[in-house]
Design a protein around this ligand. Structure first.
Ligand code: ADE
Length: 236
């Protein structure tokens, strides 16, 4: 898979891309990731990339010109056009099903917004999909792009080294269950014991127990209310 990341802050990605899982995947040639500085496509002596919104309102918007030019530049670099994603809080909410969908594509072009976001004509011009990583506002799309790259890369064949583990992840498989509790050594920690079934060696019982725990954890999560004492800022 090839992923182009278009951003005004390419330096934010350096440590991330060299990290253990992604660094190894890139070295093995399983994923090719390129960083493009949107400012390189800005015009004029000041290389301006943002401007005030028409109609008034707070903050600045990314100008469509540099964003669209940078997308067209990377699209022109390969025969096959990439699937273009704009990160914005109002986009389609990212979940594991969408991650799996993206992992099935040959090429992704991830475009990171800044300021108050993109001029609406960007999505229209390039036919982009808008994606949000959750109902909160980030100061830019860079962290969202890292979330997508991380979640997608670990699904690519050969990246994890143990394919079964991605298939058993939370939210994977037909039921989209979250994983139940897991344990490693020691068998007893501060008076807490590993459930006996996991030490039994009886794989059918273990499988049944894990499924039961996953169903219970998924149900608890669906009905979860905020933890008592964790007041929100708007609470009196
Ligand atoms: N940019 C700002 N907030 C965002 C969010 N929640 N998801 C994706 N991109 C964003």
């Amino acid at each position: 898979m090839r992923i182009d990341i278009l951003t005004l802050f390419p330096d934010m990605f350096t440590g991330f891309l060299e990290g253990s899982l992604l660094g190894a995947a890139r070295e093995k040639g399983l994923v090719e990731i390129r960083l493009v500085d949107i400012r390189d496509f800005a015009e004029g002596p000041h290389r301006q990339v943002d401007d005030r919104p028409f109609g008034g309102g707070p903050g600045m918007l990314l100008m469509p010109g540099p964003v669209v030019s940078s997308i067209e530049h990377v699209q022109g670099e390969a025969q096959q056009a990439g699937h273009v994603i704009l990160f914005t809080p109002g986009g389609r909410r990212l979940d594991q099903a969408l991650v799996e969908e993206l992992a099935g594509r040959e090429r992704l072009v991830l475009v990171c917004g800044r300021y108050e976001g993109f001029d609406a004509r960007v999505a229209e011009t390039v036919g982009a999909e808008e994606i949000s990583i959750g109902d909160y506002v980030l100061s830019g799309g860079e962290v969202a792009a890292m979330v997508v790259v991380d979640a997608v890369a670990r699904l690519l064949p050969g990246v994890l080294g143990h394919e079964e583990s991605a298939r058993q992840d939370s939210f994977s498989g037909r039921d989209r269950l979250v994983e139940g509790p897991q344990y490693t050594r020691p068998r007893e920690f501060r008076g807490l014991h590993v459930p006996e079934v996991l030490l039994s060696g009886d794989h059918r019982r273990i499988e049944a127990w894990r499924h039961e725990q996953a169903v219970a954890a998924t149900r608890r999560r669906a009905t979860a209310t905020p933890t008592p004492g964790m007041s929100r800022r708007s609470d009196p």
